[in-house]
Design a protein around this ligand. Structure first.
Ligand code: SF4
Length: 452
């Protein structure tokens, strides 16, 4: 079955307050970071595009669908170590592809979070929260591989507890996440783990390899299984799709579903491609790809796993708010960056320091920074021309088809509710969810390639 989605123009009138997308048997209303699934009679076509009927508009208003989003947590990302035990060729923290026969691509400069840095960061967060009126915080532990510095990760979690730590997440490659380490982290306040896979064993073990070339699939799965048994952590699995992995994804979903209780697991599939280093990907946003993703989503949902809905493009709490008013990204040496995709890079990317703070407006990042910011800053969140591109339409369609049917006559409350804006972009992409292809240093939905 194929659901047709037509992108509508912005909705300037009272009954067109956001975007309305036509589905096969209803409508999707999108406003800021909210999405609601509506029945067919909730909107009508007009000469100016689709409009909500009054009853639907009032029902959405009653659920505060059009209220300005409120961010209640100060969001901090901290790199505890910039080095990594793996040598993924696509990692956006690499500075070049690995040499012929090597599994150790050159990386950005090394830094390790110290106890003194933890204190400085906590003081900085305390000051920012007081200045901008936050009483709760969220923490993302990031790297490199953050568990190459387990003491730093634990110290950071504990230091954030008096600061109203509301949610705490780690993006790890999973190799150092032993059962005992997972218990320590959970006891210190960690709630969620994101781990990336590149297909099932025979694919993953040729891509996510140690820096001397050894496969990691069995180690990661064993660690996940043991940690899931010993803690109540929830799990977010990011799966990179390329021509190297696309044929083993069904087997991977089976392995993941067997490793953790389904009610604590979510899945995010994302294409991965070159960030300028030469890592190619022959898979593109075609109808074949769409069908494959839908089938994989169906398979995961059949096991009870959660597939997060795509988030509309909205202002990023890091790079869209000058001066760290809503959140900050901190390298292991205490220097501040505007994005986890640039964190840990050389001086040209630094926007401040936790000891001296952030300028009211960040320094200009230079020509490469301007290029990057074009991917990171949602300049057109309302009239988003990306929505009109075929690739975007297909991606949107994928998520629409994976969503559950509406349970109420007019609006599904669960989908009308505003997602927590303190979520980090990591794709499920976060901070970086579904803004485009994965660019891994296992980031969640950053612009193009990956970290984690
Ligand atoms: S993608 Fe993640 S695991 Fe792979 S090298 Fe980069 S930081 Fe390490």
């Amino acid at each position: 079955m194929t659901m047709t989605i037509e992108a509508a123009p912005d909705m300037p009138s009272a009954n067109r307050p956001g975007r309305l997308l036509a589905g096969r048997d209803g409508w999707w209303a999108v406003h800021e970071d909210r999405v609601a699934r509506l029945p067919g009679h909730a909107a009508r076509e007009t000469a100016h595009g689709p409009e909500l009927v009054d009853e639907a508009r009032v029902a959405l208003e009653d659920q505060h669908f059009f209220a300005a989003p409120v961010q209640t947590t100060y969001a901090i990302t901290v790199l505890t170590a910039t080095a990594c035990n793996l040598g993924c060729s696509y990692c956006f923290q690499n500075t070049a592809l690995p040499a012929e026969g090597s599994f150790a691509p050159p990386r950005m400069p090394k830094a390790v979070l110290s106890g003194e840095d933890v204190t400085r960061i906590a003081d900085f967060v305390r000051g920012q929260m007081a200045r901008y009126g936050f009483t709760e915080s969220s923490l993302l532990l990031f790297g490199g591989e953050p568990l190459l510095n387990p003491a730093g990760a634990l110290d950071m979690l504990r230091a954030m507890q008096p600061l109203g730590l509301h949610k705490a997440e780690i993006i790890t490659n999973g190799v150092p996440l032993t059962r005992s380490r997972a218990v320590e982290l959970a006891d210190a306040g960690l709630r969620r783990v994101q781990i990336t896979f590149d297909g099932a064993r025979h694919n993953h073990d040729t891509i996510r390899v140690t820096r001397n070339g050894k496969g990691t699939y069995d180690t990661i799965l064993r660690n996940v299984r043991n940690a899931a048994e010993a803690t109540d952590l929830s799990w977010h699995f990011r799966v990179n799709i390329s021509h190297r992995t696309v044929d083993s994804l069904g087997a991977l979903v089976e392995d993941l579903a067997a490793a953790v209780p389904a009610e604590r697991a979510s899945l995010h599939l994302a294409l991965i491609d070159d960030i300028g280093l030469g890592y190619d990907n022959k898979v593109a946003y075609t109808d074949d790809y769409l069908e494959k993703v839908v089938a994989l989503h169906d398979q995961a949902i059949g096991h009870g796993m959660y597939i997060p809905l795509s988030k509309p493009l909205t202002a990023c709490q890091y790079c869209s708010a000058f001066g760290g008013t809503r959140g900050a990204v901190v390298n292991a040496d205490g220097r501040l960056y505007n994005c986890w995709e640039t964190a840990g890079r050389d001086e040209a990317w630094v926007v401040g320091d936790v000891s001296t703070g952030l300028p009211a407006r960040r320094r200009h990042p230079g020509p490469l920074g301007r290029l990057r910011l074009r991917h990171q800053v949602p300049r057109l969140p309302r009239a988003d021309p990306e929505v009109l591109r075929p690739g975007r339409r297909r991606r949107a369609r994928r998520h629409v088809r994976a969503a559950p049917p509406p349970r109420h006559d007019l609006i599904t409350p669960a989908t009308a509710a505003a997602p927590d804006r303190s979520r980090h972009p990591v794709g499920d992409g976060g901070p970086l969810s579904d803004r485009g292809r994965a660019a891994t240093a296992d980031g969640e939905g950053v612009g193009h390639a990956e970290v984690g």
